[in-house]
Structure formats: structure tokens, C-alpha cells
Design a binder for this molecule. Structure first.
Ligand code: S3P
Length: 171
């Protein structure tokens, strides 16, 4: 049975945290962000976790966190790190926690937002090339993991929130 949470997935820079925080406020839900919780529990920035312990370790932390959130999370908007649904196991856990929304964003928008950002280890170097390659491999994964896809390009945070609410009311 799916719990009453709202889960946001999507690529880095797709607005999951900004949309999630405001949506939670609007709906009187709690807000949680998996990247933020991992940074707090590990006492380290994600960039440093990747550097010191590698990506696999970070992915293990993500899976562990989802398992620990599963039972206790209710009426929460959960914003997830961009790689969260890549592991099949995580995608299943997310679906069992609530309705999963994919915030779909074009490469151009992502690049515009993340230009000059130093906090995302997977985009270090040539942003355009890296984003293109990763987005291509991730898009089908996001589509598959989501209950609903929301195209976010050219939309304001409030417009995106209204679309999400419309889907929630409908079901
Ligand atoms: C990642 C996305 C990041 C963060 C980490 C890895 C990814 O989260 O979890 O850098 O694999 O796409 P945001 O989507 O919040 O940037």
C-alpha cells in the first residue's frame, strides 16, 4: 500500500528542493530532502562523501536512508537526490512511500541553472557533455520510476505546484 507522501525525482537542477519546500508549506506537509539528511547524518558535504568514499558508498547511504524513512514517513514531501531512482531497489522503495512525480527538465535549463556550481561531483568538468550523457541515460529511468511526469521547462514554481496538486486531487 502506498503511503500518503509526495516524492519528487528528477535530474540535478530540476527544482526538486525548491518545488518541494514550497509544496510542503502550501499543503501543510512536512518537507524532507534526502541529500540534506545524508549530509547531516554523515556530517559531510556530498561532494566530500564522493571524494573520500566513492559513489557506491553514497548510493548505499541513499538506500539505507530510504529503508529507514519507509515506516515513519507520513504526510511528507520528499525531495530526492538525482541518482536515487537509478537503483531498482530505490525506485521500488520510493513507489511504496507515495506518489512519485518526475520533474522533467531540458538539458538547456539544467545547464543554465548549474553553470558555475561546484557541489555536484558527477558534473565536474565539461558540464554540457556530462549533463547530456547522464540525462540521456537517466531520462528513461525517471519515466519508469514515476507515477506522473511533469514538464517543468518555462514554468514557475507555483505553476509546477498547481500541476502536482491537480494530480493529487484527481486520484
Ligand atoms: C546526484 C544528484 C545530487 C546528489 C549527488 C548525486 C546524481 O542531488 O545526490 O550529487 O547522481 O544525480 P541533486 O539532484 O539534489 O542535485
Amino acid at each position: 500500500m502506498s503511503a500518503d507522501n509526495i516524492i519528487l525525482i528528477g535530474f540535478m537542477g530540476s527544482g526538486k528542493s525548491a518545488v518541494g519546500r514550497k509544496l510542503a508549506r502550501d499543503m501543510n506537509y512536512r518537507f524532507a530532502d534526502t541529500d540534506q539528511i545524508i549530509e547531516e547524518t554523515e556530517g559531510m558535504k556530498i561532494k566530500d562523501i564522493f571524494e573520500k568514499h566513492g559513489e557506491e558508498h553514497f548510493r548505499d547511504l541513499e538506500t539505507e536512508l530510504l529503508k529507514s524513512l519507509l515506516e515513519k514517513t507520513r504526510r511528507t514531501v520528499l525531495s530526492t537526490g538525482g541518482g536515487m531512482p537509478v537503483r531498482e531497489e530505490n525506485a521500488g522503495l520510493l513507489r511504496s512511500m507515495g506518489k512519485v512525480f518526475y520533474l522533467k527538465t531540458s538539458k538547456e535549463t539544467i545547464i543554465g541553472r548549474l553553470h558555475g556550481d561546484e557541489s555536484r561531483p558527477l558534473l565536474k568538468g565539461n558540464l554540457d557533455e556530462k549533463a547530456e550523457r547522464l540525462l540521456k541515460s537517466r531520462e528513461p529511468i525517471y519515466e519508469r520510476a514515476a507515477d506522473i511526469t511533469i514538464n517543468t521547462d518555462g514554468k514557475t514554481i507555483d505553476e509546477i505546484i498547481n500541476e502536482i496538486k491537480m494530480h493529487i486531487r484527481r486520484d
